[in-house]
Design a binder for this molecule. Structure first.
Ligand SMILES: *Cc1c(COP(=O)(O)O)cnc(C)c1O
Length: 299
């Protein structure tokens, strides 16, 4: 894994001093400017598996703004593997910057209707895809699968010897979260902050991915989705700008800003005991901020 640029950044603020909380951010965003750090971890074993194959081709799925698609295109490009991206929806006249990046990295893009896209979720459909596009390793959308969780579990290796009391991540498919749960030690609690509204199946997802029952060790903060996936308001933008100025950490509008807002809010409201050592995983995703009008953010 490309863990060379990752740092664990200690956050200083009056609130943290006053509440006697130790907070650090694991900067997976520093691995690459455009590619979400957690996606590279999730893809690690899928790509390893593909490298053992004869076809040396990865096929995966995503929408026009999918961080997972760019990460797949990037990693396959680096490993000399062919990549095919099945994109949800009709081909637009103007490709999103995400899809432009994918293309520039050599990914072959195939647009399919939303109805067709929805249907692809089982092995039968996967077989059909292999007939259409040739033999390939199929990576489920968002890397959601055992190999994805196993890859994400490597993130916890970086934190060994740091002895956090809590490790926190934002949640989309819950694959990254499942990986953290797989590789935690008994003294650690894992905190999940969903960026999707009414996400009720987190524990089911983790069990499906890892066979683990994590009810005792996992805390879910369900109130920081800001209305749903990619939804945001002026309060979140103000928070992002202030957090950057105060702590020198850029966050993204879809994932990491909601996580940091949630954690800071819980700290302010005395959720954590004095002396807690919290590590938040900065999963990356900063390219998502391109969707905001110029000048919205100070970074
Ligand atoms: C995809 C993504 C997530 C969500 O990860 P899951 O494993 O799907 O829960 C979180 N943060 C960023 C920046 C992402 O790109």
């Amino acid at each position: 894994m490309p863990i060379s640029n990752i740092s664990l950044q200690k956050i200083e603020s009056n609130l943290l001093t006053q509440k006697k909380i130790n907070l650090a951010i694991l900067r997976l965003d520093k691995i690459h400017e455009h590619v979400s750090g957690n996606k590279l971890f999730k893809l690690h074993y899928y790509v390893e598996e593909c490298l053992q194959s004869n076809h040396k081709t990865v096929l995966t799925f995503g929408g026009a703004y999918s961080n997972h698609l760019v990460a797949t295109a990037f990693l396959c490009n680096k490993k000399n593997i062919k990549s095919i991206g099945i994109v949800r929806g009709e081909e637009p006249a103007q490709l999103s910057h995400t899809l432009q990046k994918c293309k520039a990295l050599g990914m072959i893009l195939q647009f399919i209707s939303r109805e067709q896209y929805k249907k692809i979720s089982n092995d039968e459909e996967y077989l059909l895809l292999k007939k259409m596009y040739g033999n390939c390793s199929i990576v489920p959308e968002g890397g959601y699968g055992y190999l994805g969780a196993k890859g994400a579990s490597l993130i916890m290796d970086i934190l060994k010897s740091k002895n956090p009391s809590h490790v926190c991540t934002c949640v989309g498919t819950a694959t990254t979260l499942a990986g953290l749960c797989m590789n935690k030690v008994a003294s650690e609690k894992i905190i999940a902050i969903p960026v999707i509204k009414n996400m009720k199946d987190i524990f089911t997802r983790i069990e499906a991915l890892t066979q683990l029952n994590v009810e005792k060790d996992l805390i879910v903060f369900n109130d920081y989705h800001f209305g749903g996936y990619a939804k945001h308001n002026a309060e979140l933008i103000t928070f992002m700008n202030k957090f950057y100025v105060d702590c020198n950490v850029p966050t993204d509008i879809v994932y990491t800003a909601k996580m940091m807002y949630g954690i800071m809010d819980k700290i302010a409201n005395n959720y954590f005991e004095k002396g807690s050592k919290i590590v938040c995983i900065h999963t990356g995703g900063l390219q998502g901020n391109y969707s905001l009008p110029d000048g919205t953010l100070v970074f």
